[in-house]
Ligand binder design. Sequence first.
Ligand code: PLP
Length: 426
Amino acid sequence: MQDYKLDTLCIHGGYSPKNGEPRVAPIVQSTTYVYESSKEMGALFDLQEEGFFYTRLGNPTNDVVEKKIAALEGGVGALITSSGQAATLMAVLNICPAGYHVVSSSAIYGGTFNLFYKTMKEMGIETTFVSPTATLEELRAAMRPNTRAVFAETLANPSLVVADLETFAVAAHEQGVPLIVDNTFPTPINCRPFDFGADIVTHSTTKYMDGHAVQVGGVIVDSGNFNWEGGKFPMLTEPDESYHGVVYTKQFGKAAYITKARTHLMRDIGAQAAPMNAFLLNLGLETLALRMERHCSNALAVAQFLEKDPRVAWVNYPDLPSSSQYELAKKYMPHGTCGVVSFGVKGGREAATKFMDGLNMASVVTHVADLRTCCLHPASTTHRQMTDEQLEEAGVPADLIRLSVGIENPQDILADIDQALEKAAH
Ligand code: PLP
C-alpha cells in the first residue's frame, strides 16, 4: 500500500476488503466490541494485543481513516480527533506537560494562537512566538532549557504566510525536540512536511481533507523519525504507571508517540472522532487529490484576474510571482498551495461589504476549504468589534476579503466575482 502514489492512496489507502466484505469501508456505529473471555479483553487493556474494545480508544471506521492519512503523510501512525483544535492540543500535551515551553511561529490560525497564548498558558505551558521566516539564530534565541516542542503552520490561515519548515526543523533538532507542523491548508497532496524534517503533523480535517463541509475533525500523524531517548521525554522512555509500567519507546518503537497519544491522552481526554464523521471524512479523502488540483488552478485564475482588475486594491496569493511568499511557496509546495486567496476591494470597508452582499453563487460563511466557493469579510464579521486602525495593526485590513475558491467551473466563479466587484464600485 505504501508504494502507491498519493492520488491512489486517497482512494485505496487504509482499507483492503477481503472476500465477501463491503467494498466501501463501513460505519461501525458501536461503542463496544465482544470477546469470548475476560482474559482476551484483559490483554487488550494491557496493550499486549491489538484490537478494539471501546470506541474512545479505537474504532474500525476511524482506523481506516487513520491508516489512510498516515500513508498520505508518510507517517507510521495517526490518531483522528473530534476537531482540529483537539489535535493541536493533544499533539503538544503528549510531550509537553505543565512547566515546559513551546516555540511557535506567529503565523498560525487564530484558534491555535488563542490555545497557545491563553489556555495552554493557564495550564502552565508557555509559548514564545517567532516569525514564520525566523533565522536559525532567531530560533535559537527563542529556545529555553525547558522547551519541548517547536510548532509551525505550513501555510497560515488566513495570512497565507509560508513557514520555512527546514529552518524550523534544524532549530528544533539542535534543541533535541520535535517539530510539529499544522499542514491543514496544503494537505499532503501539496506538501509533506516530513520530507522537510518535521516530526509530527496535525490537521483540521474539517477543511480540504473533508472538503464538503460535513464534519468537524482533526488528526495527528507521527513520522516515527524522532529519537525520544536522551532524557527530555520521560513520558515516552520511562515506565507509564497508568499502563502497568509500559515503556512506549521499548514496546512500540517508532510508533511510541502516536501510541501514547491514543492510550494515555485519548483515554483521559476523550476527544475522539465519531465513526460517522470518520466515514464522511473517508469519502472526502477519496477525491482529495483531484479536488486540490482544481482548487489550485481555479484560485490561480482568480488571483490573476484580481491582480489585473482596477477595482481591486491588492491581492495576496502565494502562487503569484508578485507575492512575497512566492519563493518559499515554490520550495515547499511546487505544485500549488491551496484555494484560499485574499484581496482588498478599493473603497475600504463599505465597498467590501457591498461586494459580499453582491455575490450570487459564492456563499458568505466563516468556513474555508469547501468545494463550494465561499467568502468572508472579517471586518464585518469575525473582527467586527475592531476599528479600521486596529484591523490594520492586526494584519486584517478593513477591505480584506478572504475568498476560498471552490471547484466549480472557473468561468462561473470569475463571472460572480466580476459582477460583485461592479456592484461594490457603485
Ligand atoms: N488549524 C488550522 C490551520 C485551521 O484553519 C483550523 C480551523 O479553521 C484549525 C486548526 C482548527 O480546526 P477545527 O476548526 O477543526 O477545530
